[in-house]
Write a protein that binds this ligand. Structure first.
Ligand code: FAD
Length: 466
């Protein structure tokens, strides 16, 4: 071990510190392997030790100690992030939030939790008081609330509440800075975007406050449609229908359902495109009527009770990024992309994509809201051949077909989701982590201030504040 790492490790030995090579390697990994490109690139990445704080005071001392010894710190929730987000590219300490897992308070309209609280437990705590959370990723069963806010972007609930960084979806973040004497900051309002989806590069989140709402009685429904365009037309109708309250709305091109839906395959028909929904129980009669009236779709997975004995996973585990996981279980040559197609020309864009890529690119949409407008975000499954081939597909989609790709085969904030430098986050990092020790290598602009994404491109998050 290098001298500074060894000195730091010794200074932190009073805490829950683990330097067993196997544990350190295990806790230095996330779902980076989802991307064959990142798998090759990041396979050797490993921290030097794992330290698990029990409270905020310990975090303050751990960060001050690491700062003194110039040791990088990468925060880890559950390690379900996809882009090597929680991987310590420069080694050093992995700050594992496993002990800080309490839901601190559930009030009428908000909930306060420690960052390591698993989202399923957070939802359960809300439900114990007749409330529910607004958004969760399809990894809700294992992912932490801190990791979701720092690394995630959207998920179940987005069809109603939009993406995670919408001002309505996070109320307050408390975080510790990486300085000689770490400060404790409380972020509210627009300032939240300085730490939300920042991969933990500008402070360690120690407390989260989110809004909660009266709990719904939700049921899972799977609809088969004659083709993907019919599925999307029906999805848009349902998503904005005044009689239908939804928590999730997803569509899938054939043959995704019959090939990859696991135990839900039982409910699909060959050639079916599909719509997966989480819908309010009292909207079911209206749903049945609308689907029957559409003429080219039918409910395949009858709601509740009818599937007794099937031991089905919750339907969100075929949607969002679980679609890729399902496909990978069947075919390890599958990977994925994230895209935004022009909403006023979805069918034209889909036709051009199909003509260009055929079955090498199969479409899957997740429905969300941008500024209140129901919109489809594309998460297509792609057949992987090589890194060069993936780059060529992205190049063809962007420059040949004029579409927007948020490349999940990238480790940095700018090249993946943001497609730009977030000036507010960059400035915040300079103030909170002047030595650049938090999750190094994830924010290009910090090390290369002249880095620029091409002008006039669409970006996902609109939080720029000078
Ligand atoms: C099958 C599958 C499905 C998925 N579905 C979705 C989805 O629907 N929506 C979605 O948004 N994502 C999705 N993801 C990505 C990921 O699961 C979620 O974003 C999840 O919420 C991350 O939580 P985590 O606890 O695993 O975070 P980690 O992977 O541990 O960390 C994620 C990032 O947050 C940082 N971080 C963690 N805790 C803190 C903290 N306390 N303070 C500061 N920084 C911190 C880490 O350094 C890292 O950069 C999916 C991933 C997989 C593998």
């Amino acid at each position: 071990m290098k001298e500074n790492i060894e000195a730091c490790r010794k200074a932190l030995s009073c805490y829950d510190l683990d330097d067993n090579a196997r544990t350190v390697q295990q806790k230095s990994r996330d779902f980076y392997w989802y991307s064959p490109v990142l798998k090759e690139l990041l396979d050797a990445v490993c921290g030097d030790f794992v330290v698990a704080p029990r409270n905020e005071a310990e975090i303050v001392d751990i960060l001050a100690t690491c700062h003194r010894h110039d040791v990088p710190v990468t925060v880890r929730g559950a390690g379900t992030g996809n882009y090597g987000q929680a991987m310590p590219l420069a080694g050093g300490a992995v700050l594992h939030m496993k002990h800080m897992k309490n839901v601190i308070a559930v009030a009428d309209d908000h909930l306060i939790a420690e960052p390591g609280a698993v989202l399923a437990r957070v939802e359960e705590a809300a439900r114990e008081k007749g409330r529910e959370i607004r958004l969760f990723p399809s990894t809700v069963a294992t992912a932490t609330i801190g990791g979701f806010i720092a690394g995630g972007s959207s998920g179940i609930g987005a069809v109603r509440w939009g993406g995670l960084r919408n001002p309505a979806n996070i109320r307050r973040l408390r975080l510790v800075t990486m300085e000689a004497e770490p400060r404790i900051l409380e972020l509210t309002g627009d300032d939240i975007a300085k730490a939300a989806h920042a991969y933990g590069v500008n402070g360690v989140i120690t407390e989260v406050e989110i809004p909660i709402d009266p709990a719904g009685d939700w049921v899972d429904v799977l609809i088969g449609a004659e083709d993907f365009n019919a599925a999307n037309r029906l999805a848009f109708l349902l998503g904005d229908h005044p009689q239908i309250a939804l928590r999730m709305l997803s569509t899938f091109q054939a043959p995704i359902p019959e090939r990859y839906f696991g135990r839900y395959q039982h409910f699909t028909r060959p050639g079916d495109a599909a719509i997966a929904l989480i819908v309010a129980r009292d909207c079911l009669p209206a749903l049945e009527e609308i689907v029957a009236g559409s003429g080219n779709a039918a409910i395949r997975f009858p709601v509740d009770g009818h599937a007794k004995g099937q031991r089905l996973p919750p339907i969100h585990e075929i949607a969002w990024n679980h679609t890729t996981l399902r496909a990978l279980k069947v075919d390890d040559e599958i990977t994925y992309l994230q895209m935004l197609l022009p909403q006023d020309d979805l069918e034209g864009s889909l036709r051009r994509i199909e003509e260009t890529f055929g079955e090498d690119l199969l479409m899957h949409f997740e429905f969300t809201r941008f500024a209140g407008r129901l919109s489809a975000v594309a998460m297509p499954l792609v057949r992987y051949q090589s890194t060069e081939h993936i780059e060529l597909i992205v190049e063809t989609l962007e420059n040949g077909l004029g579409l927007t790709v948020f490349n999940p085969h990238r480790v940095t904030l700018e090249e993946g989701g943001m497609k730009r430098t977030d000036e507010a986050q960059l400035q915040f990092k300079r103030e909170n982590d002047p030595k650049g020790l938090l999750n190094p290598g994830k924010m290009i602009a910090f090390t290369d201030p002249d880095w620029r994404w091409e002008k006039d491109r669409i970006f996902l998050f609109n939080s720029e504040k000078k």
